[in-house]
Design a protein around this ligand. Structure first.
Ligand code: KIV
Ligand code: ZN
Length: 528
């Protein structure tokens, strides 16, 4: 609640890696259009650097980085590359149209990674640090170098590599806590030590990239800032490999709300945090946990009588931030079948959505259909509806109709019509219950070997006419995808979620995996 004093040396650069590390989360695939949409929101909200992808990983990644590079107006667009020349050249190529570009190259430096993952001697790794940064400098003078598994790297070697990277032209040195192993005090000491011991450390900006395996990614990143780091790598909703990365909204708000003890500032327009969170949740189908800091549904909700009483007397009794600061709007306008287009657009804007063209038209038609079936359309209903519009706009397989016969006298039977790439197909199947019959129809119409890992239903709002929101997770060949579907009819929501997951699986199949670096002999070691 203190105001921020804004000297340039206290500015912390926000490097968002939702589209790269975040998209690496198991199940979090985004389509090309969804990536562009997320990048646009990040750019508008004042993120300094957008890590748009890993161009050598697949043509899809390359195209996404290339298109984001073309469209981004304010932020630096960054592409990830391992230390090999092929990776770096591909990143350089993808970033060509960017107004401002950065190549982020990395190599493992810890004993365990060098021995088992890279199967390289430290001297070879050291040489690759120099050659990779030198190569990247041919494309841009904005080069970031990362020592993967930095927090488990021997100090001498870490300092020698960082010094060599800076000499070769790296302008940002990132010290990742790749496995989420460090604790705040240890990370503080590590960064302090590196900055003091590396003779040319004043020529580079230092960066934190902390994973959340022990739940300390945000705390570690902020400890890094206190030790002199001036770039935090983070993601919306904290998504990322395994337990995720430091959450962007948390690091930004920690520095804003506790500026008295963390006297640093960022360029992020915090009123857009909620919108970014919702968009990322919608396109990845990763729900935001209800009690998640800053953007969780309960972050500003007060249930107990004592708390409500305190809040009525003075909001500061139980609220350390004003909800509007992070884009939470408290309105009471409930929509219904008499609400017109103007009210609909206004409501969407309040909720942080800006739809236009066909997307807006389709959403409005679906809103009217929902309002015909449901007396009150609440904010949560609209969010589920619009999220679905965004997430499924590019789907190749669409549900046309579904009829299910269920009840005490089995067998249950479903009849389903699908639009698959513009062709309509119909199928009828029985099943052990209505959901099974529905899914059997889908399997008959779209044959696949994917394993159903998760099937979850919850009500979007209260009441027996509430919409059901179904989450489905499918896996195939070690790849997993998640999708959601919402509808007042639970079976229709289930079919939509299953089809959404199949659509995502098709996107993921195209994505493939990057070829191993010459030095990386084992396939599983090629992923960032
Ligand atoms: O976690 C990590 O070490 C990474 C690097 C590629 C920076 O994601
Ligand atoms: Zn990472």
């Amino acid at each position: 609640m203190t105001t921020q004093s804004k000297s340039e040396q206290d500015r912390v650069v926000i490097f968002d890696t939702t589209l790269r590390d975040g998209e690496q989360s198991p199940g979090a695939t985004m389509t090309h259009e969804e990536k562009l949409e997320v990048a646009e929101v990040l750019d508008t909200m004042g993120v300094d650097i957008i890590e748009a992808g890993f161009p050598v990983a697949s043509d899809g990644d390359f195209q996404a980085v290339h298109e984001i590079a073309k469209r981004t107006k304010n932020a630096v667009v960054c592409g990830l590359a391992r230390a090999g020349h092929k990776d770096i050249d591909r990143a350089g190529e993808a970033l060509k149209p960017a107004r401002q570009s950065r190549i982020h190259t990395f190599i493992s430096t810890s004993p365990v990674h060098m021995k088992w993952k890279l199967q390289m001697e430290p001297a070879q790794v050291y040489e690759m640090v120099i050659s990779s940064v030198t190569r990247a400098r041919n494309f841009t003078d904005n080069v970031e170098w990362s020592c993967e598994d930095g927090t488990r790297t021997e100090f001498d070697f870490l300092c020698r590599c960082a010094e060599a990277a800076i000499n070769a032209g790296a302008t940002t040195i990132n010290i990742p806590d790749t496995v989420g192993y460090t604790v705040p005090e240890e990370y503080f000491n590590l960064i302090k030590m590196v900055r003091e011991r590396v003779p040319n450390s004043d020529k580079a900006r230092f960066s934190a990239h902390c994973h959340d395996d022990l739940g300390m990614a945000v705390a570690n990143s902020l400890a890094g800032v206190r030790a002199g780091i001036r770039q935090i790598e983070c993601t919306i909703n904290g998504i990322g490999e395994r337990a995720g990365n430091a959450s962007l909204e948390e690091v930004v708000m920690a520095m804003k709300v506790r500026n008295d003890v963390l006297p640093y500032w960022t360029n992020v327009d915090t009123t857009m945090l909620m919108r970014a969170s919702k968009l990322v949740s919608a396109v990845t189908s990763f729900p935001v946990q209800y009690n998640k800091a800053i953007v969780g549904r309960n972050a500003f909700a007060h249930e107990s009588g004592i708390h409500q009483d305190g809040m009525l007397k003075h909001t500061q009794t139980y609220e350390i931030m004003i909800p509007e600061t992070v884009g939470v709007k408290q309105t009471s306008l409930v929509m219904g079948k008499h609400s017109g287009r103007h009210a609909f657009v206004h409501k969407l804007e309040e909720l942080g959505y800006q739809l236009a063209g066909n997307q807006l038209e389709d959403a409005f038609v679906r809103f009217k259909a929902l309002a015909d079936r449901k007396k009150h359309v609440y904010d949560e209903d609209l969010e589920a509806l619009v999220d679905e519009e965004i997430a499924h706009a590019q789907d190749r397989i669409k549900l046309v109709s579904l009829t299910v016969i269920a009840g005490t006298h089995g067998p249950q039977r479903a009849t389903m019509k699908l639009d698959i790439d513009g062709n309509v197909a119909i199928e009828e199947r029985e099943g052990n219950g209505p959901v099974d019959a529905t899914f059997n129809c889908i399997k008959a119409l779209v044959p696949n070997e994917a394993l159903l890992e998760l099937y979850q239903v919850h009500a979007v709002t209260h009441g027996t006419d509430a919409q059901a929101e179904v989450s489905v997770r499918l896996s195939e060949d070690g790849r997993s995808v998640t999708a959601k579907g919402a509808d007042p009819d639970t079976l229709v929501a289930s079919a939509k979620a299953y089809l959404g997951a199949l659509n995502r699986l098709m996107v993921k199949r195209q994505k493939g995996r990057p070829e191993p670096l010459v030095s990386e002999r084992r396939v599983h070691s090629t992923e960032a």
